[in-house]
Design a protein around this ligand. Structure first.
Ligand code: NDP
Length: 453
């Protein structure tokens, strides 16, 4: 760890003491605080008003019991959470994750990232995150419904269209959002835009499903154009994951003229040198909710590999662009070295914090375009913001309207991060520093203006 500024160092050291063992949270905080040293040096009021101490501490962290009945009428108990991180620039906004690994550390890392991400979209949204250690895998539809209803039966008292607006994340897609929305509506007896990612028949926005993956490609395309005078056309791409973000990143990258040769799930990965067949992928993952082995079984050109520890997985192939779209810490320093050796020119994140910090530094140091998730995957929450606008106005926009607003937002986020990197005198491909400072500045100004809270 290499903090140069004594104030920033002391904020981080205090955080380590108070959050022992919270590995993912401390990793995210370290990455952000390292970047903010430059702005702290320029703006003494940040230290004087103790902005960083307040910025890294969530405004509220709610933990609750979720008891539900499985199909055998046996009582099951999970833990639910909502981290309301920062409301300086708008109502808390951020997804819900249902995955057995969910704990305070993971949700606080995601919440802190979300504060900066939402600021970068330029829409008025504060940051939050939530979820449960519930595992939707292997559960029947009715079990998922009963869990979602039980989860919302506690969460509803903490959220609202002008207070906190959750959405999906890992393990929470359209089905789960719909069950939670239905329960909120019953409990409150009101129909408001309290969740985003809703179905189209009850207030959802066109293009929300595609938004994170498409937005990632719009961001990457703009970065390639600006920094390398290049594009997706004719490029070979590695994608990890096979969920919502991965599927629509593959679809958009291929429509922009690239060939995507990999995807993965938590059991293994696919190498398909002919290019991933997106229609088949959707059939396997979205319709059948099946594993990638079914994709391989249905497609001659595809090879399936079981995941083993220490292997490079999807990062071992010779590709021009890598888009990690599965989960945190899925691309380490060795993977980064392998990608660089094989001639990668851009690594842009669809997932949150998929690249370990030393791997991110390695990529930046080697002149690779590195798109940090808080900037490159902000298309999902940006479109959620657009869904909130449509709900408030009781209107719905066409797919093309939403998609073109999304594209404009993603291009703007790239230029904001890039211009900030240039302004602060770091490498122009250091979009990590650029995004952290650009996102922070607006939140910081709002916090300063609103007095001590
Ligand atoms: P999904 O649940 O739709 O898909 C997640 C994918 O990642 C699945 O293929 C899953 O495989 C895989 N995965 C999950 N956990 C692990 C793990 N521990 N090891 C290996 N693979 C894993 O989630 P999303 O696509 O929505 O989210 C993916 C990432 O994108 C997350 O980091 C999320 O925070 C981020 N993100 C999502 C946004 C959205 O709009 N949905 C917005 C911005 C960021 P398996 O099926 O085997 O579990």
């Amino acid at each position: 760890m290499a903090f140069k500024n004594a104030y920033v160092k002391s904020v981080y050291e205090d955080l380590v003491k108070k959050n022992e063992g919270q590995k993912e949270f401390l990793q995210a905080a370290q990455e952000i605080l390292e970047s903010l040293e430059l702005i702290v040096e320029k703006r003494p009021e940040i230290e004087r008003e103790h902005i960083l101490e307040r910025f890294v501490e969530p405004e509220r962290l709610i933990q609750f019991r979720v008891a539900w009945l499985d199909d055998n009428n046996v009582v099951r108990v999970n833990r639910g959470y909502r981290v309301q991180y920062n409301s300086a620039i708008g109502p808390y906004k951020g997804g819900l994750r249902f995955h057995p690994s969910v704990n305070q550390s993971i949700l606080k890392f995601l919440g802190l990232e979300q504060v900066l991400k939402n600021s970068l979209t330029t829409l008025p949204m504060g940051g939050g995150k939530g979820g449960s250690d519930f595992d939707p895998k292997g559960k029947s539809d009715k079990e998922v419904m009963r869990f979602c209803q039980a989860f919302m039966t506690e969460l509803y008292r903490h959220i609202g269209a002008d207070t906190d607006v959750p959405a999906g994340d890992i393990g929470v897609g359209g089905r789960e959002v719909a069950y939670m929305f239905g329960q909120y509506k019953r409990l409150r007896n009101e129909f408001t835009g309290v969740l985003t990612g809703k179905g189209l028949s009850f207030g959802g926005s066109l293009a929300r499903t595609q938004a994170t993956g498409y937005g990632l490609c719009y961001f990457t395309q703009e970065a390639l154009k600006t920094l390398k005078n290049d594009s997706f056309k004719g490029k070979t791409v590695a994608v990890s994951g096979a969920g919502n973000v991965a599927t629509y990143a593959i679809e958009k990258a291929q429509s922009l003229g690239a060939k995507v040769v990999t995807c993965s799930d938590s059991n293994g990965w696919i190498y398909d040198p002919e290019g991933i067949d997106v229609a088949l992928l959707k059939e396997v993952k979205e319709v059948k909710r099946a594993r990638l082995t079914e994709y391989a079984a249905a497609r001659k050109s595809a090879q399936y590999f079981e995941k083993k520890n220490g292997e490079h997985g999807v990062w071992q192939y010779k590709v021009d662009i890598a888009l990690p779209c599965a989960t945190q810490n899925e691309l380490n320093l060795e993977d980064a070295k392998m990608l660089v050796k094989n001639g990668v020119i851009a690594v842009c994140e669809g997932a949150n914090m998929p690249t370990e910090l030393e791997a991110a530094h390695y990529l930046i140091d080697n002149g690779i375009i590195y798109g940090p998730g808080k900037a490159s995957n902000a298309g999902g929450v940006a479109t959620s913001g657009l869904e909130m606008c449509q709900n408030s106005a009781r209107l719905s926009w066409t797919f093309e309207e939403v998609d073109s607003k999304l594209e404009a937002i993603m291009k703007n986020i790239f230029h904001n991060a890039h211009n900030t990197a240039v302004k602060y005198g770091v490498r122009e491909n250091d979009l990590l520093t650029g995004a952290n400072i650009a996102g922070f500045e607006k939140v910081c100004d709002a916090m300063l203006a609103q007095g001590v809270f």
